[in-house]
Design a binder for this molecule. Sequence first.
Ligand SMILES: [Zn+2]
Length: 100
Amino acid sequence: MPNRHAPKHPGDLPLNQWELRLMLGEEWEYFSHILQNFYCSCGEIGRELVDYRVFLDNHNDIILRGSCSICDSPAARTISTSEVEENVIVAKRIRKEKNK
Ligand SMILES: [Zn+2]
């Protein structure tokens, strides 16, 4: 389904909820917190990233692309999963599974 907030970025791999959870590991616990911490030019307090899609980029970081709950602008949040070696291993496994 086309989504106006999710332009195509070549190399980005869409992740489902289960794969996202696998990637985040223990950080999954803080996921709701992550959704409340993203840059938006409106700067409103209490904003959340809504209507988002999850991608794994070429560097094995997770990117959430969605919109701001307050002003409805396109917004994104990167989770630097590639800093943890364990996560990179999981990312490679997911990539391999998807390419089957
Ligand atoms: Zn906003």
